[in-house]
Design a protein around this ligand. Structure first.
Ligand code: SPV
Ligand code: MG
Length: 288
């Protein structure tokens, strides 16, 4: 059966990693798919930012799940859902996973931090990890027959526990049934991640989120032959914020909207993104 998970698994090719773009609503997901990204990253950071709250388990899982369902509905690239810690223990995960499966997501990324989580990128953030065995139980609870892939994310490097602990955790998570392992780092250079990738035994593909070390190109990652998916973690919301700030400031500074006209999307473009063409078909067929 060609489920979103099956499609995504076939694209986790370490000699040519899939590239996912972050999204915070259906429109950004649609734009990412239109641009040609292989997958959509249903980012908790972006969704939290879009609600103007911290990425610290403030939004409910229902809010995140609803956003994932809406992203699946409006475009056809596989959606990789960032379920953070799974909102609790393995029991919570066992109830969440079928709901994400029903929403049509291709994969769920679950991290080994304690609930409530704090953002990995936050300076001085709370980065406490659950015991390995506990997280293995959560991975097992996340697996649904014919459901989303389970990508286990270790925060061992983020928590400052070092490469040996990160490798131990990654291997234990693959052993528990994870389809891929996301290894995250907030070092400003890729050295820590490159060392981890080279030491990784390759039982399952790795996933990287190179926000902190943007100098690492996709080509360099492909050359490692260990990474199946590269996630651009927050580029949709950062692009949107920068564009809105610039436009808003210019309108006020210029005392009118004429100056920004050629720099922003046209109303016709927005109609097209809203699916106006499809609605016209419906009108033709059914409106009497
Ligand atoms: C997210 O985008 O929500 C992530 C990636 O989990 S990071 O913010 O780098 O932790
Ligand atoms: Mg997140």
């Amino acid at each position: 059966m060609e489920t979103p998970a099956v499609r995504l698994r076939a694209r986790l090719t370490p000699d040519r990693p899939a590239i996912a773009m972050s999204a915070h609503n259906p429109l950004s997901a649609k734009l990412a798919a239109e641009a040609g990204f292989d997958a959509i990253w249903g980012s908790g950071f972006e969704l939290s930012a879009a609600h103007a709250v911290p990425d610290a388990s403030i939004l409910s899982w229902e809010t995140h799940l609803a956003a994932m369902r809406e992203m699946v509905e409006v475009q056809s690239a596989p959606v990789v859902a960032d379920i953070d810690t799974g909102s609790g223990n393995a029991v919570n995960v066992a109830y969440l996973a079928p709901r994400y499966a029903a929403a049509g997501v291709a994969a769920m990324v679950m991290e080994d931090k304690t609930f409530p989580k704090d953002s990995s990128l936050r300076v001085g953030g709370r980065q406490e990890l659950v015991p390995v065995e506990e997280f293995q139980g959560k991975i097992e609870a996340a697996r649904v027959a014919d459901g989303p892939l389970v990508i286990a994310r270790t925060e061992a490097l983020i928590a400052g526990l070092g490469q040996d602990e990160a490798l131990k955790r990654g291997e234990a998570y693959a052993e528990a049934g994870a389809d891929a392992v996301l290894i995250h780092s907030k070092q400003k250079t890729p050295d820590e991640i490159l060392a981890f990738c080279r030491a990784w035994p390759g039982r399952v593909p790795l996933v990287l989120v190179p926000t902190s070390y943007p100098q690492l190109s996709f080509k360099e990652v492909a050359a490692l032959e260990k990474v199946g998916l590269i996630i651009c973690g927050n580029h949709a919301i950062r692009a949107a914020v920068a564009a809105m700030r610039e436009t808003f400031a210019r309108i006020l500074a210029e005392g009118g909207i004429a100056g920004v006209e050629g720099r922003i999307a046209s109303v016709a473009e927005i109609f097209a993104l809203q699916g106006d063409g499809a609605m016209r078909e419906i009108e033709k067929r059914f409106l009497r």
